[in-house]
Design a protein around this ligand. Sequence first.
Ligand code: GLC
Length: 730
Amino acid sequence: MSHSAALENEPLYRKYIKLMTLEEKAAQLLQLAAPFYDKPGDHSEVTGPMEELGIDAATVQNAGSVLGISGAEKMIAVQQAHMEQNRLGIPLLFMADIVHGFKTIFPIPLAIGCSWNPELAERSAQVAAYEAAVSGLHVTFAPMVDLVRDPRWGRVMESTGEDPYLNAVFARAFVEGFQGEDLSGDVKRVAACVKHFAAYGLSEGGRDYNTVDLSERQLREYYLPAYKAAVDAGCEMVMTSFNTVDGIPATGNRKLLRSLLREEWGFEGVVISDWAAIKEIVAHGAAGDEREAALKAMLAGVDIDMMTTSYIQHLPELVREGAIEQRMLDEAVLRILKLKEKLGLFENPLRGADPAAEAEIMRCAEHREVSRQLAEQSAVLLKNGGLLPLRQGQKIALVGPFADSGDILGWWSWLGETETAVKLGTAMQQLAAEPADVRIAEGCGIESITDAQKAAALQAAEGADVIVLALGEASHMSGEAGSRSDIRLPEAQLELIRLMKELGKPLAVVLFNGRPLDLHGVYDTADAVLEAWYPGSEGGAALANLLYGAANPSGRLSMSFPYTVGQVPVYYNHYSTGRPFSAEEQEKGNRYISQYLDIPNDPLLPFGFGLSYTSYAYEGLQLSAQQLTADGELKVKVKVTNTGAMAGTETLQLYVRDVAGEVVRPVRELKAFRQVTLAPGESREVEFTLTEMQLRYHHSDLSVSSDPGAFRLYVGGNSRDALEAEFRLV
Ligand code: GLC
């Protein structure tokens, strides 16, 4: 068969590779930010340091993808122009950070993690994908699944929390929501890009972009499961992280990317660097220059160079010199072309871009309803002595910088509109018997307070039955590069709390924040505390429903609240140590136990914790046997009863403790959870099934297996308060 005939029979992506020059192949690996394609004054998202890249128009015309452009008409214009200018007519891939919503913004992922509702999380990702796809996007840089234990790090807001199992459940749900079952056929879905590979959440000191260093065992046991869940769910792309892994920047780390991700896990999709991360291998001190950085990244298996010219400057010469095999470059190009083909871009470069649909579905009632539901289920009631829910007819003073603020979307809400976000005050006035029952005052700024603001707050509180303080962090105080060393509320807000407390009226606090906070001056002062996180476009409506009891809080913390920042990192699945703390030993005055002289070991509020307007009783924990065999199943039953006067949803959590392992084992590990909705007085018998596979872990030689021996089992409403039983694995 002639060469041209053979070529004709090749799939398009293989045809192109045979026609591309070396420079065109290198440019296909380049991803440029929106400003390279924007008309002056156009809005586009820039999410990293913009540098003068010194590239010419020809390079822009050969680039393979663009990030941060959206809008159906703009995408259509950019893609059509690109198709005319690109010699072979290879379409662009359009990517952006659609992390917790596109135009309809959902609660931040850390809040979604507290919903313990992966089905609703999947639905939110599907809505986000639909809105993004009609606006011309093809790939979202989400889900972010980095395990987090340090609330000083600003990007904890982007994670679903501190537990590997819960993070894996959500990772799968988000990927399935974004991608659906048939990415090729369903133009209302987008490809997902799981990030940041790997262990970015362990940045030392909670300082963003800082060093990460951990054992391979820890990496595999805690930090990798959620990425693996995303890959196993068919995630099309993986983004490398800014940090080092065992001394080598992830973006140049062959062991991490080629050996583990591609060979061990069998990932065949596209690997993209984070913004400028290839070039930053030089700043890390793991490459002498950009040429060496490009070499290391390509050898490691990074396909797309986000926003630097390392690849286009150096790959052609590296191939010509033989430092990189042509095959390796071709494979990178083929993976990108295959994704374009999978998205149907060769047949239809405009894919799902649809200005009419865009005008119709953005923030439509159906999408806003999903956001409101998720916001209601993501809020966590941290304290309540009976003050909440509020009663109709009560005079409420709603005071604080978030009393009527639209800054409730959180970081990574790029196209969200703070101006159309449902504000707390507005929603409460709509829900109250009379709008005048809710008097609103700002009371203070985020980090400042004036006499006039204090006077207005005191005036609003006059005659009030209840004071509700709406406090928190401005959204820029978390997110990327948003690390804080002091994670308390700003002093101005603590002053406002003290001022309001002096009035001697019942005091509730609603918190808007992107991380677990040090709640000194809040938790000890208020009668009720509701953690709202950044609840998204419908946040005010959701919170008003919760405050007035139209909805019953069901959120459970997916990340511990520390007693104070000095306790950090604090997390539930910690090891025992050789001198574990015990109150008895402390009572006896034994100094030589693992403790602080000035604070407790336990967090203020543990993983899995959350209150409700009702209460639940757990009884009758029973196991189907006292022994579990390798091929057997252990049935775990418990009866849970709604012992209060309001219907509610309880999240039953099942934890185990491997009492003695080949290596030390956590004092608790979440293995299963179930949500049940119970009417007042209703009981439900809930059954879990435990198998030997769920007891496996990484041994010192990195093999994964279980150890026969004693196990403890805990079932309850959080990681601390639970019924306990024992069994043996034989
Ligand atoms: C940023 C973030 C990453 C994001 C990327 C593109 O630096 O680290 O999460 O997806 O750049 O915006």
